[in-house]
Write a protein that binds this ligand. Structure first.
Ligand code: ADP
Length: 630
C-alpha cells in the first residue's frame, strides 16, 4: 500500500512492544491516583496551545480565524461521557503514530526506565510521575483522539483500548486541534460529575494560561498571573492572588514578580506577607512556594525552591526547564531547582537590602516582624552570610530609640577603637543601669543594646565585622584603654599592697563562688560587678542553657572591684585597722550578692534582705549621731 493510500484508510497498528506492560499496569492496577488523568490531558492541551501561540509569534497566519486559544471540556453526567478539545497545533498522521504510539517520544519513557516490576513500588512511581497521555486509560475503556494539525486540512481519528493495538483513520474535522473523548469505565464513574471535574481543574490547573470551559462555563481563572507582563497587572490582582495562595484575608506587604531567562528559564511571583504566621516560628513547617511547570500545577509547598530561613515568603515558581513529570525525589537533587533557589534568594536579599537603603521605615517594620528569620539566616546560610549581616539591626547607646546597622556603628567608631561592643539586657533601663556599661558611657564608646535573647548567640556567630571583633561588654578580657582621669584619681585609691590585701579578703569570703576577684578597669561609679570569665558564657546565655537543661553547670564569674569607689576605699581602711570587723565581712557579702542580683543569678534573697537591714540599722544610728552633733 502506498503511503498516501495508507493514510486514507482505517488501519490497525501495534503499540511498541515495551508499552504493553505499562499500559497493563495503568489500566488494571492503578486505583488511587485516577484524577491525574485530567491534569495530564489539560497539560497536553495547554502545551499544544503554547506551541501554536509560539508559532503565531512569527507567522500570524497559523491562527487563521481561530485565534482564541482555549480548552473546552464537555461532560455528560447521564451518559458518563467526557471530551476535552483544544485548538492547538494538533497532530498529523505520522505524529499520531510517533507521539502517542511510541514511548520514546513521550514523557512516559523516563518513567518506564524506572519501573521495577514490583507492583507496589511501580504504583508509587506512577503516583509520583504521572504517566502522560496514557493516564486516560485509568478512567476509560476506550479512547478516541480526533486531531487535525495546523499544517493540514485532513483530520485523523485514533482509537484504542490501550491493549496492544490502536487504529487510525482519516476523518473530516472542521477545525484545527485535538479532541480526546471517552466514556468513563464503571470504576471511574465518580468523575462523571461536574463538581468533581470542576474541583480537579481548580486543584491542578486553575492558573493554566488558557481559558478552560466545562460544559460552556468558565472553569479556571485562566490567568496565569505570573505569565502576564508586569505593567498590565493591577495591584488588586496581585493581592487577590496572594490571598488565594496564602489563604489570607490581608494584602501582602510586598510583591516581587520575576521573569527570568538565564541561567534557567522561569517565572515567579514572591510575596512578603505583612506579618509572619505564628506557626512559622517552628522549624518543621513547610515553605509556601508552589511549583508549576509550564503553567501546570505540580506541587504544593516545594521546600527545595527556597531555604528554610525564607519560609515566610509565599508564592509560586513556574519553570519552563523542568519536566512536567518531575517527581518529588527528583526535585530534591535537581540542578534546575537549585539554580532557581539561588536566584530567588539573591532577588529577595536584593529587595530587603533595597528597602534598608531607600525606605528605612519599611525596612524597620519588616525587621520588627521578620528580623528573627534574618538572624536564623545569619546562623544557617553561609553562602549569604555577608549580605544577611548587613541586614542585621539592633538598638545602641548612640540612640537607644533608633535601630542601627553594624555598618553605621563602624562608621561612627573612633579610629583607635578596636572592637564592636554589645550587651544584652531585657530592656533599655536594665542595660543603662548596669555597672558594666559605666566605662563605655564615660569614654563615649558606643554599645549595641540587644533585647532579643537570640542576639546573644548571633553576635558570637557573626564573630567579626569589617575586621572588628564583636565583644560582649560583660566579658572579663576586654581590651580597655587606661583611663587618664582615673590615674589622677589614683591618689585617693589605696596603696597597691592594701588593694591586694582587700582583694584577697574578698576571695576569702566569697570563696569558690567566683573564679577570681580583680581590680576593675571598667567601673566608674559602682563598687563592683560580675563579668563572664574569658571562656565563660555571659549571664543571658547561661540562663538559656539552664532553661534547656536543669543540670547545666554555670561557669564561674569574675568579680571586679572598683577602687575609685568611696565604699571600697573605706572598706580598705577598715581592713587595715580592724581586719576581723563584722561590718567589713557583711559589706563584702552584700556586694557580692548585690552583683548577682543585678546579674539575674541571685539564688535566694533570704540572707540578702536581713543583712541589708542590719547594715542600714548601723548607718541610721551613725547618721542620727551626726545630725545631733550639728
Ligand atoms: P508528554 O506530554 O510528556 O510528552 P504524553 O504521553 O502526555 O507525554 O504525550 C505524548 C505526545 O503526544 C505529546 O508530547 C504531544 O506531542 C502529543 N499530544 C498529546 N496530546 C496532545 C494534544 N492535545 N495536542 C497535540 N499533541 C498532543
Amino acid at each position: 500500500m502506498s503511503e498516501a493510500k495508507e493514510k486514507k484508510e482505517k488501519k490497525e497498528y501495534q503499540f511498541q512492544a515495551e508499552m504493553s506492560p505499562l499500559l497493563n499496569l495503568i489500566t488494571h492496577s492503578l486505583y488511587t491516583h485516577r484524577e491525574i488523568f485530567l491534569r495530564e490531558l489539560i497539560s497536553n492541551s495547554s502545551d499544544a496551545l503554547n506551541k501554536l501561540h509560539f508559532l503565531s509569534l512569527t507567522d500570524e497566519k497559523v491562527l487563521g480565524d481561530d485565534g482564541e486559544l482555549k480548552i473546552d471540556i464537555n461532560l455528560d453526567e447521564e451518559k458518563k461521557t467526557f471530551s476535552i478539545s483544544d485548538n492547538g497545533v494538533g497532530m498529523t498522521h505520522d505524529e499520531l503514530i510517533s507521539n502517542i504510539g511510541t514511548i520514546a517520544s513521550s514523557g512516559t519513557g523516563k518513567f518506564f526506565d524506572k519501573l521495577t516490576g514490583d507492583k507496589t513500588k511501580d504504583l508509587e512511581l506512577i503516583g509520583q510521575f504521572g504517566v502522560g497521555f496514557y493516564a486516560v486509560f485509568m478512567v476509560a475503556e476506550e479512547v478516541t483522539v480526533d486531531t487535525r494539525s495546523y499544517q493540514e486540512d485532513q483530520g485523523y481519528r485514533w482509537v484504542s483500548k490501550g491493549t496492544g493495538s490502536y487504529t487510525i483513520e482519516p476523518v473530516d474535522l472542521p477545525n484545527r486541534g485535538t479532541t480526546i473523548s471517552f466514556s468513563f469505565k464503571k470504576e471511574a464513574e465518580e468523575f462523571a460529575t461536574k463538581w468533581r471535574i470542576e474541583s480537579t481543574i481548580k486543584k491542578y490547573s486553575d492558573f493554566v494560561a488558557f481559558p478552560i470551559s466545562l460544559n460552556n462555563e468558565k472553569a479556571n481563572k485562566s490567568t496565569a498571573l505570573w505569565a502576564r507582563s508586569k505593567d498590565e497587572i493591577k495591584e488588586e490582582e496581585y493581592n487577590e492572588f496572594f490571598k488565594y495562595i496564602a489563604n489570607s484575608t490581608e494584602d501582602p506587604m510586598s510583591c516581587l514578580h520575576l521573569s527570568v531567562e538565564a541561567p534557567v528559564q522561569f517565572k515567579s511571583i514572591m510575596y512578603i506577607p505583612k506579618k509572619p504566621d505564628r506557626h512559622l516560628f517552628s522549624h518543621d513547617l513547610d515553605t509556601r512556594i508552589h511549583l508549576y511547570v509550564k503553567r501546570i500545577f505540580i506541587q504544593n509547598d516545594c521546600k527545595e525552591l527556597i531555604p528554610q530561613w525564607l519560609r515566610f515568603v509565599k508564592g509560586i515558581v513556574d519553570s519552563e526547564d523542568l519536566d512536567l513529570n518531575i517527581s518529588r525525589e527528583v526535585t530534591q537533587k535537581n540542578v534546575i531547582m537549585e539554580k532557581i533557589n539561588k536566584y530567588l534568594v539573591r532577588k529577595l536579599l536584593g529587595e530587603f537590602t533595597d528597602w534598608s537603603e531607600k525606605d528605612i521605615e519599611k525596612y524597620n517594620s519588616f525587621w520588627a516582624d521578620f528580623g528573627s528569620f534574618i538572624k536564623e539566616g545569619i546562623h544557617m546560610d553561609f553562602a549569604n552570610r555577608e549580605k544577611l549581616i548587613e541586614l542585621y539591626r539592633c538598638y545602641s547607646s548612640f540612640n537607644p530609640e533608633k535601630l542601627t546597622s553594624l555598618k553605621d556603628y563602624v562608621e561612627r567608631m573612633p579610629a583607635d577603637q578596636e572592637e564592636i561592643y554589645y550587651v544584652y539586657g531585657k530592656d533599655k533601663d536594665s542595660i543603662e543601669n548596669s555597672p558594666n556599661i559605666e566605662y563605655f558611657r564615660k569614654n563615649n564608646l558606643e554599645v549595641l543594646y540587644l533585647y532579643d535573647e537570640i542576639d546573644d548567640f548571633i553576635m558570637p556567630s557573626i564573630g567579626t565585622y569589617k575586621e572588628k571583633q564583636l565583644v560582649g561588654i560583660d566579658k572579663a578580657d576586654l581590651k580597655l584603654k587606661e583611663d587618664k582621669e582615673k590615674n589622677e584619681n589614683d591618689k585617693k585609691q589605696p596603696a597597691k599592697s592594701a588593694k591586694k590585701k582587700l582583694l584577697g579578703y574578698f576571695k576569702d569570703i566569697i570563696g569558690d563562688r567566683v573564679e577570681d576577684v580583680v581590680e576593675s578597669k571598667r567601673l566608674v561609679d559602682s563598687a563592683c560587678t560580675l563579668v563572664a570569665s574569658k571562656d565563660g558564657m555571659n549571664a543571658n546565655m547561661e540562663r538559656m542553657m539552664k532553661m534547656m537543661d536543669e543540670n547545666f553547670q554555670a561557669s564561674k564569674k569574675v568579680m571586679e572591684v572598683n577602687f575609685d569607689n568611696l565604699l571600697i576605699q573605706n572598706l580598705s581602711q577598715i581592713q587595715q585597722k580592724f581586719p576581723q570587723d563584722q561590718l567589713l565581712k557583711d559589706c563584702i557579702e552584700q556586694l557580692y550578692e548585690g552583683a548577682t542580683l543585678l546579674d539575674g543569678t541571685l539564688e535566694s534573697p533570704s540572707k540578702f534582705v536581713p543583712r541589708s537591714t542590719g547594715i542600714m540599722e548601723k548607718a541610721a544610728e551613725l547618721y542620727l549621731k551626726t545630725l545631733e552633733e550639728k
